[in-house]
Design a protein around this ligand. Structure first.
Ligand code: UD1
Length: 430
């Protein structure tokens, strides 16, 4: 297996059908660690993070923090973020282009340096992803933004003492960005309503409070923040990745043979568990051990279903492509309505190349279950599409070659090695 780069469009070759047997352990959550790393810019003290996955996105965030003046040390799953003594608040296009979450350093850098200049995140294959909610929220915090030549430049004005921000949609990124920035507005009381309540947002709230922030309402849609003058260094352990866990559960339901998935937070995956209840294949979860035992379920009588993605606690859009692969093999007609990223359907044409029968009407995928998929050359357009195609390749008959597969390393730590450990054979070519 060759080493993984950040910008190469590798290929994965999968010969199906295969069986997965053994234990898969879920890593720390990508979407929790990224905003937490961004929030390290609020202090000059050392931040000591544990359960940090080694992902392309984490490396991109390291690059951004280093360009902002941080010094990073990494030992296995531990990441120590230190200050070099200087803060540079101009972040170039290249890392922001790779990963939208990098934009969330804009507010914190503005507070630390009085101004910031950060590239605007570009378009994304899963649909339009603007940052208007971020900029409107930050404006209420006193951060004036000007957009020019693809960069956003800020100017810090004196904020009001009491600020109310109501988000038009419970955006994960906007909630995290505004929340993080508000923590360091000394003496200012900010209330954010219609917040995202994804577990990763709550992890960020817990982290910030441990640094000395004064936030109440964590885990609810109303967050109240009383800004403080200074935040301190902390040690903090990142929550397990619910999307990685969900992906492996779906994989296990298609190709598992005595597969155990460890480090699963079931309280973050109720929506997936109820989807499998409705399909007629409940998830076998051991609460004490926090593990799932899963085996192939296609030979059981299964029900087709109608479902939709929604902000937490609804079904995550980040599992929509993977569950689509599963439903493509469930007899009858299933439907999935995508309400978060309305055009997140680029994996559908690729699944159809593998014999699935799916059509898209507006923001709904209509899936007519087939009894098998067959291997084909396909292309991954984003991280979760890559995971969906890999699962499809494992259950399909014959060879599947997934091009642009490197997307997968943005969100799945050592996926090829983890899968090899449960008996899956994959060939990765850079
Ligand atoms: C985060 C997750 C991503 C997940 C998504 C939805 C991270 C690093 N990424 O992305 O994996 O798929 O939540 O759960 O945590 N929107 C606007 N204007 C804005 C911001 C968002 O219109 O300023 C819209 C988006 O286009 C989208 C919806 O709001 O339709 C939700 O986006 P958001 O929750 O912000 O997603 P991200 O934070 O980018």
């Amino acid at each position: 297996m060759k080493s993984i780069g950040l910008d190469t469009s590798g290929k994965m070759i999968v010969k199906g059908p295969q069986k997965a047997k053994g234990t898969l352990t879920v890593s720390g959550a990508k979407n929790a660690v990224l905003p937490i790393m961004g929030a390290s810019l609020l202090t000059d003290d050392d931040i000591d993070l544990r359960n940090v996955p080694d992902l392309a996105d984490v490396r991109t965030m390291i690059e951004i923090l280093e360009s902002a003046g941080k010094v990073i040390e990494r030992f296995d799953d531990q990441l120590i973020i230190k200050s070099s003594g200087n803060i540079n608040s101009e972040i170039p296009y290249e890392p922001v282009r790779k990963m939208r979450a990098s934009f969330n350093v804009y507010g914190p850098l503005t507070l630390r340096n009085g101004y910031a200049k950060v590239a605007l995140p570009g378009g994304c294959s899963i649909g339009a992803r603007p940052v208007d909610f971020h900029l409107e929220g930050l404006k209420k915090l006193g951060i004036e933004s000007t957009i020019e030549h693809g960069f956003v430049t800020s100017k810090l004005n004196n904020p009001n003492s009491f600020i109310n921000i109501s988000l038009p949609f419970p955006s994960v990124g906007a909630t995290e960005h505004v929340l993080t920035t508000a923590c360091l507005l000394e003496g200012v009381k900010t209330t954010i309503t219609n917040c995202a309540i994804e577990p990763e947002v709550t992890d960020l709230v817990n982290f910030l409070n441990k640094m000395g922030a004064k936030i109440t309402g964590g885990g609810t849609s109303i967050l109240k923040i009383e800004g403080v003058k200074k935040l301190s260094g902390v040690k903090y352990t990142i929550i397990p990745d619910r999307i990685e866990a969900g992906t492996y559960i779906i994989l296990g339901k298609l190709v598992g043979e005595k597969l155990t998935i460890k480090n699963v937070s079931a309280e973050h995956l109720n929506s997936l568990f109820s989807v499998f209840d409705n399909i007629g294949s409940p998830v076998d979860y051991d609460e004490k051990k926090r593990e799932v035992k899963v085996a192939e379920t296609l030979l059981n009588p299964l029900n087709s279903i109608s479902m939709e993605t929604a902000p937490f606690p609804g079904f995550p859009t980040d599992l929509q492509p993977q569950i689509t692969t599963f439903l493509s093999l469930v007899p009858g007609r299933s439907t999935i309505t995508e309400t978060v990223f309305k055009s997140r359907f680029y994996h559908i044409d690729e699944l159809n190349r593998m014999g699935a029968k799916i059509r898209v009407e507006d923001n709904t995928a209509i899936i007519e279950g087939v009894n098998k998929l067959s291997g084909a050359p396909v292309e991954a357009t984003d991280l979760r599409a890559a995971a969906a195609l890999l699962i499809a390749g494992l259950v399909a008959e014959g060879e599947t070659i997934i091009s642009n597969v490197d997307h997968i390393f943005r969100g799945y730590e050592n996926i090829h090695e983890k899968l090899e450990q449960v008996g899956i054979e994959l060939i990765y070519e850079k």
